[in-house]
Ligand binder design. Structure first.
Ligand code: ACO
Ligand code: ZN
Length: 281
């Protein structure tokens, strides 16, 4: 956040219109000053330009020729598509997305330097176009092995499994890069719930199928989940014992089954045969 905004973090925009939804906002977002006297903003659901008046949006929609996020479609399965948007090539889109996302993200600082990020925008597509349901951002080069900076499912689409789909997608990209990854900290409460759910599911599935001993390093190589996150997850599931100065995984089948029952199934799986992508260079 720019300095003067640190002192004026009052929620300004109360609702937004986006596609067929009117959405109540959650937090302050530092829109340019000329928007700060508005309680409602009107977004073009495709280019994410925002306007103060409904008539402006209607006029915009007659001439805006986008029907999906700018950038490459890197995944399509049924009506679900993922677009990769380079913040350097689509600066205004990247900035608009950050303004929009900040309305639902509390403790994240807003990056004006969208050049350094890729944005993965998930859409539900129909004959009217590709409608954004959520996104995650990713630094092009992360020193801390972050594979995700910010994640958002738009409120009308929350609690349907899209969040875990986005998380799973971020790890599929890491696998293709041959790197382990972890989300940027801090995580929000809802972010942590999604990650815990994803890590738990993935690790339990492997432990259930695997015969014999397996190490945290091996699990990390298989999943691209950072060793620390694996250890914390298995500890919370009480599947770790500390023996002779080492953490040992103790996957008692009964305990596994109990956890697996509690974990529930995520309906939306990433079909990696439908991901067409090469790492950013
Ligand atoms: N209350 C309780 N549990 C919830 C809630 C809720 N309101 N919302 C989601 N969950 C749980 C779900 O039960 C699910 O767990 P389970 O399947 O293991 O039972 C898990 O969280 C994920 O649910 P999804 O439907 O896959 O996730 P969703 O599409 O709702 O998106 C997200 C999750 C992205 C965190 C969403 O809540 C959101 O956008 N929140 C606002 C922005 C935010 O906080 N982002 C994370 C910040 S941290 C970071 O960016 C690195
Ligand atoms: Zn537009």
């Amino acid at each position: 956040l720019r300095e003067h905004e640190e002192f004026t973090k009052v929620k300004n925009i109360a609702t937004i219109e986006l596609g067929r939804y009117e959405i109540e906002t959650w937090y302050f977002s530092p829109f340019p000053p000329e928007y700060n006297d508005s309680v409602k903003l009107y977004f073009c659901e495709f280019c994410l330009n925002f306007m103060k008046r409904k008539e402006q949006l209607q006029r915009h929609m007659r001439k805006c020729d986008l029907k999906h996020p700018p950038g490459d479609e890197i995944y399509r399965s049924g009506t679900l598509s993922m677009f990769e948007v380079d913040g350097k090539k689509n600066k205004v889109y990247g900035q608009n997305l950050c303004y929009l996302a900040k309305l639902f993200l509390d403790h994240k600082t807003l990056y004006y330097d969208v050049d350094l990020f890729l944005f993965y925008v998930l859409c539900e597509c129909d004959d009217r176009g590709c409608h954004m349901v959520g996104y995650f951002s990713k630094e092009k080069h992360s020193e801390e092995s972050y594979n995700l900076a910010c994640i958002l499912t738009l409120p009308p689409y929350q609690r349907k499994g899209y969040g875990k789909f986005l998380v799973a997608f971020s790890y599929e990209l890491s696998k293709k890069e041959g790197k382990v990854g972890t989300p940027e900290r801090p995580l929000s409460d809802l972010g942590l719930l999604s990650y815990r759910g994803y890590w738990t599911r993935v690790l339990l599935d492997i432990l259930k199928k695997h015969k014999g001993n397996i190490s945290i390093k091996e699990l990390s190589d298989m999943t691209a989940i950072k060793a620390e996150d694996i250890l914390a997850t298995l500890q919370s599931l009480e599947l770790i014992q500390y023996r002779k100065g080492q953490h040992v995984i103790c996957a008692d089948p009964k305990v596994l089954d109990r956890h697996l029952k509690a974990a529930g199934r995520s309906g939306l799986e990433v079909d990696i045969s439908k991901l067409i992508w090469t790492p950013y260079k």
